[in-house]
Design a protein around this ligand. Sequence first.
Ligand code: GDP
Ligand code: IMO
Ligand code: MG
Length: 423
Amino acid sequence: MKVDVLLGLQWGDEGKGKVVDVLTPKYDVVARFQGGPNAGHTLEFEGQKYVLRSIPSGIFQGNKVNIIGNGVVLDPALFKAEAEALEASGHPLKERLHISKKAHLILPTHRILDAAYEAAKGDAKVGTTGKGIGPTYTDKVSRNGVRVGDILHNFEQKYAAAKARHEQILKSLNYEYDLTELEKAWLEGIEYLKQFHFVDSEHEINNLLKDGKSVLCEGAQGTMLDIDFGSYPFVTSSNTVCAGACTGLGVAPNRIGEVYGIFKAYCTRVGAGPFPSELFDETGDKIGALGHEFGAVTGRKRRCGWIDLVALKYSVMVNGVTRLIMMKSDVLDTFDTIKACVAYKVNGEEIDYFPYDITEGVEPVYAELPGWKTDMTKMQSEDEFPEEFNAYLTFLEEQLGVQIKIVSVGPDRAQTIERYTEE
Ligand code: GDP
Ligand code: IMO
Ligand code: MG
């Protein structure tokens, strides 16, 4: 069997949680492969709304196996809060959720270091989610991390050593902090974690594949936030691209099947960093208001702009996207004209490829298309799509060279339309 991967093609918050939930009935296993509680994946069904941070979005659809892979960084305190809320709302997870022993733990001091490094950067700060993501991955790569599996072996010693090292760094930065509450909640989280299945997820996934089970990998963040290919240094600290599913789960590259690339009909970004098609006018405000563009985790206002096809083409390329999914189409329902950035003007020269640096001097070049001026939210099938909407889809498919297989017309699970285009 193959492993399908679903990932964000923009700056995150494309709607990954919703679509993973929708696709889960077709799979036996759903697995997260990178990121951590910096993610906020929203799902809505039967009048309820849930936001998942570390737990895979397959958790609501029957008895599927949900795996937190080795590439994920896990905060026990936040995990406990998330898991307890799910249990309380009638969604048991103990039997269904497996956690890789090789996943790294976010320590309380990682969160403080995240804040300290951001403060030290001043105006150049990344605008992180403050969840300790960067410092935890830094410790992983510098071979100083503490892993989930360590909870079972010499844990106190390993934690104390890491904490002492972090405290030295914080001292050298003259950063004032109070660890008491954070550490208390974190240690409670460690105790709570012990009741879950800790697994060697690479063995588990490969055995499941051998048994003919199908696996969906759920990406977090988006390609433009990838540590290698995103708008560095305004990125997260993991590989959000498709290759991250291989390293974050122990799946071989030749096992990758479909790659679902998900994008909004427009574009958003939260936190600092370049965003060539950002709108600073009423149109941007209107998109933000209609799309309720506020962070699922931090509540921060998301910056809004038109779709950026230069960046999207690049994302399609580095991920090997085989199927596109367009989200939040309904947000553009009332616009007379829709714009799409088809090229960048850099130093007066027009380019249609994603350059090394988009930090400064990049101007968007737009194509304009007529809006569909139709309420899409109640539509059930593509037969109901207005002509202008179909024209927008065709335009995007021509530009990106990949078919759009799913269109989302509202936040609810039911507001999802599969297109029956020929392969
Ligand atoms: P994720 O991080 O990629 O899972 O996305 P988020 O959950 O952070 O943000 C997506 C937001 O858009 C959530 O509030 C969803 O409920 C909402 N959403 C998803 N699909 C649609 C859609 O098609 N239309 C509208 N209006 N909202 C949507
Ligand atoms: P989901 O999975 C949107 C952004 C932060 C910041 C940068 C680095 O919900 O799409 P970090 O805390 O990771 O060190 O922050 O990345 N960021 C996200 N933006 N959606 C996310 O996740 C994000 N996770 C991180 O805003 O700019
Ligand atoms: Mg999100």
